[in-house]
Design a binder for this molecule. Structure first.
Ligand SMILES: O=P(O)(O)OC[C@H]1O[C@](O)(CO)[C@@H](O)[C@@H]1O
Length: 248
């Protein structure tokens, strides 16, 4: 069974299409539990969700969110943190109660306990209904770098030099070398997954993830086995998906 693939015209179209999927989910179930990502990719989706909230009254008052990851060893106020990113780019513009927002605490003293607590919080919320995902240039999802065990739960991950470089290009100097991240198993437990990618730089990794073997060297390849996967890419990122009359 192939996942649903949507090829958007451009980044704005991708962001709109992704926002419509998220909005549909929230309208169908106002107590939706969303899994959220950071990075460049979901910024347009977040802008569009803010617009839907402000102009069309999309209600987030009962929505709960769980972010994929957070850097280790920095405080939530730190501008490099994903707490800061999420607050600035999404949460402060919505009517979502603070208590409904969850991110791993990268400053926790007892990391193992924090990872257990995060898994437990997701379970208590009833699990993730819809997980938004980007893909790293090395195929990572969350901060699950190549080689991560398929059975991993929330854990402390060491970032590869490639990931640190990519994220420094986006978020400035001094990105920590470790992060707390949902594991592959945590991600795969979500009911539905919305994988987003745009631009030519993601074309080859998206093709390897979706058409290549399911292999730990490309963590996102496990998504081929998820029954509720929806992929939205722009034309550039879809470059290697089309061929022989098939989508992939
Ligand atoms: O969207 P970008 O900036 O290319 O990042 C890709 C992925 O890498 C991360 O930033 C690392 O976790 C993810 O949050 C994101 O989905």
């Amino acid at each position: 069974m192939h996942p649903e693939l949507i090829i958007a015209e451009d980044y704005q179209d991708l962001s709109r299409k992704a926002a419509l999927r998220v909005a549909e989910q929230i309208k169908k179930k106002p107590t939706t539990v969303l899994g959220l990502a950071t990075g460049k990719t979901p910024l347009g989706l977040y802008r569009e969700l803010i617009r839907l909230h402000q102009e069309e009254g999309l209600d987030f008052s009962r929505v709960k969110t769980f972010n994929l990851d957070e850097y280790y060893g920095i405080s939530p106020e730190d501008k490099r943190s994903f707490h800061y990113y999420m607050w600035e780019n999404l949460f402060k513009h919505l009517n979502i109660p603070r208590g409904n927002i969850h991110l791993p605490d990268g400053g926790a003293q007892d990391i193992e306990e924090e990872c257990r607590r995060y898994e437990e919080a997701i379970r208590e919320a009833g699990g993730i209904d819809l997980q938004v995902l980007g893909i790293g240039s090395n195929g990572h999802i969350g901060f699950n770098e190549p080689g991560t065990e398929w059975g991993s739960l929330t854990h402390l991950a060491k970032l590869t030099p490639e990931t640190i470089k990519d994220n420094e290009e986006e978020g400035g100097e001094g990105i920590p070398g470790f992060a707390l991240t949902m594991g592959i198993k945590t991600i795969m437990r979500a009911n539905r997954i919305l994988l987003l990618a745009y631009g030519e730089s993601k074309a080859s990794i998206i093709a390897r993830a979706l058409k290549g073997p399911v292999d730990k060297s490309v963590p996102a390849s496990i998504l081929q086995l998820h029954p509720g996967l929806v992929v939205i890419v722009d034309k550039e990122a879809a470059k290697f998906l089309k061929g022989e009359g098939q989508v992939w």
